[in-house]
Design a protein around this ligand. Structure first.
Ligand code: AMP
Length: 294
């Protein structure tokens, strides 16, 4: 397994593979890998086959964090991540620095502190507006920008994203279609802990009590699923019921719960089987998200 930190070297390698007709599968991550990430790596391998190349990027992208968010505290353990990627059979781990990603090698100032030096962003203007976009207004701009950059660097034929970040996957699919990126996007299922909590690097922030109560997100999805199996229910009514349901976890503070069309992300007035539900819940400063098709 190769570890590549320079943009130029990664692009050279990808171009070489491309010329040789070798398929490239790509899994972008922010590291602190768990079994959910590794399932995406396996999916990428399946898609490109044993003769293809699988690239995992590990990069905590500053432009998708607001100044008030957890950028500097975001968990990191590169040594462990590399071991996991090697064991999973990745061919390359791409680990660029901020200077590499946002400024080029000659000017190692922070792009974030010096916005003059980086001034081109990719913005998806429809699917990125509600839910995560409403709670985190600059988040998706950072995501689409870094993913567009990574696609131009890694030149993937296939890239795998997690259903865990349902809205993100939709925004990326829209970007790829709108801007004609020659890459196929695969959305892979959410891996969960034994009790149902969706695996996330941010689960590490939770103390024992918060961790025990964090399963309320999964239980809320299950409760909504049960409520709409036989009949449709008004979204307003179900929201009120779920708000109450979530207070059963006294440390939980609901950010949003939404019901929407899985294709358009447009909110629905009546919730029925097949409606998508997403929610975000704070435990202290830690913000957890989850979603499911009901
Ligand atoms: P992150 O490192 O949080 O940016 O996530 C990198 C990729 O892994 C994204 O496509 C996520 O949707 C995906 N991912 C995160 N958690 C899970 C999970 N529990 N199961 C499957 N995929 C996940």
């Amino acid at each position: 397994m190769q570890i590549v930190s320079s943009v130029a070297a990664m692009q050279r390698l990808a171009k070489k593979w491309q010329r040789a007709g070798i398929k490239i599968g790509f899994v972008p991550t922010m590291g602190y890998l768990h079994a959910g990430h590794l399932s995406l790596v396996r999916e990428a391998r399946q898609r490109v086959g044993k003769n293809g190349k699988v690239v995992v990027s590990i990069y905590v992208n500053p432009t998708q964090f607001a100044p008030t968010e957890d950028l500097s505290k975001y968990p990191r353990d590169l040594k462990r991540d590399l071991k996991l990627c090697r064991a999973e059979g990745a061919d390359v781990v791409f680990t660029p620095s901020d200077a590499e990603m946002y400024l080029g090698r000659k000017n190692p100032q922070s792009a974030i502190r010096n916005p003059q030096s980086f001034s081109t962003y990719v913005v998806e203007e429809k699917l990125s507006r509600p839910m995560e976009g409403a709670s985190r207004p600059t988040h998706f701009r950072g995501v689409t920008t870094v993913v567009a950059k990574l696609f131009n660097i890694v030149l993937p034929d296939v890239s795998v994203f997690g259903q865990k970040d349902f809205q993100q996957a939709g925004v990326i699919q829209h970007m790829v279609a709108d801007l004609n990126f020659p890459v196929k996007i695969i959305v892979a299922p959410t891996l969960r802990e034994k009790d149902g909590l969706a695996m996330s690097s941010r689960n590490k922030y939770l103390d024992a009590e918060q961790r025990a109560q964090a399963v309320i997100l999964f239980h809320a999805l299950q409760a909504a699923k049960a409520a709409v199996q036989k009949k449709s229910v008004s979204a307003a009514r179900l929201k009120t019921d779920l708000q109450k349901f979530i207070t059963a976890a006294p440390l939980a503070k609901l950010d949003y719960v939404e019901f929407f069309d899985p294709e358009t992300l447009a909110p629905v007035a009546q919730v029925k089987r097949g409606t998508q539900m997403a929610l975000a819940v704070f435990f202290g400063k830690t913000r957890l998200i989850d979603n499911a098709k009901l």
